[in-house]
Design a protein around this ligand. Structure first.
Ligand SMILES: [Zn+2]
Length: 237
């Protein structure tokens, strides 16, 4: 077996044993109960931004969707299926009870309630990061290129972000480093707006459920998250 894979499997076994040693029932409880994460994290696939590690979270804390440059595209079934699942729009109510809108019990750290309908997320985090290769590629795509070169998957994926950069005149910002930093932030704001406009969030709001969407940027160089202050939701959270 490849040494890197051996090391990864060995690290996993060591980690699982350490978690069990610190909390004998952790995995038993995880397997027995439905997940009740506090956050949905929509972030970049960059390996330097692992949401659970950088927030000192444990398995079960964060429901996650990651792709290149943390996009929430209107025609991307993957991200919209995640949104539906996270905020409860795919759950039936066989009893006919009005459980929608029932907040999770924050005092209950180890819920025994098997009802998955109470398990919806109120806080969605859209998280960009510094030195994002996807954002840089979208910025670079603003430059004229050989039209005979067909667009590849990455270029097609980033086309909406390149269009956003074009609409904001990002190509005129100097130096390029500042332009890319600006595009990282504007991208997060645009994806917060896309999330807010999604069918899943609209339905949740129509049904009176509380959903906030927050925009953050992670600094790869310091390990710190920064709130862009563009949260949308029902007042204070
Ligand atoms: Zn990135």
């Amino acid at each position: 077996m490849d040494n890197h894979l051996k090391h990864l499997l060995s690290s996993n076994a060591t980690w699982a044993n350490a978690v069990s040693a610190a909390d004998l029932d952790f995995f038993r409880t995880s397997a027995k109960n439905p997940q009740r994460p506090r956050f949905l994290w929509i972030g970049c696939a960059d390996s330097r931004v692992p949401e659970s590690v950088i927030t000192a979270s444990r398995p079960g804390d964060i429901f996650t969707h990651r792709n290149i440059a943390n996009q929430v595209l209107p025609d991307d079934n993957s991200v919209h299926a995640v949104l539906m699942h996270a905020i409860g729009n795919n759950r039936d109510d066989p009893d006919g009870d009005d459980v929608v809108g029932e907040p999770r019990d924050d005092k209950d750290d180890k819920p025994e309630d098997p009802d998955p309908r109470a398990n919806y997320i109120e806080h969605i985090l859209v998280v960009g990061h510094s030195d994002c290769a996807g954002v840089t590629a979208a910025y670079n795509a603003l430059q004229p290129k050989n039209p005979s070169v067909p667009a590849d998957s990455l270029t097609r994926w980033l086309a909406p972000l390149t269009a956003l950069a074009l609409s904001l005149g990002i190509g005129n910002v100097q130096p390029p480093k500042d332009a890319i930093t600006l595009l990282v932030e504007e991208n997060v704001k645009a994806q917060v707006a896309n999330t807010d406009a999604s069918a899943a969030v609209k339905k949740a709001r129509e049904e009176g459920r509380r959903v906030w969407i927050h925009g953050l940027v992670y600094d790869v160089g310091s390990g710190k998250l920064r709130d862009l202050g563009v949260s949308v939701g029902p007042g204070n959270c």
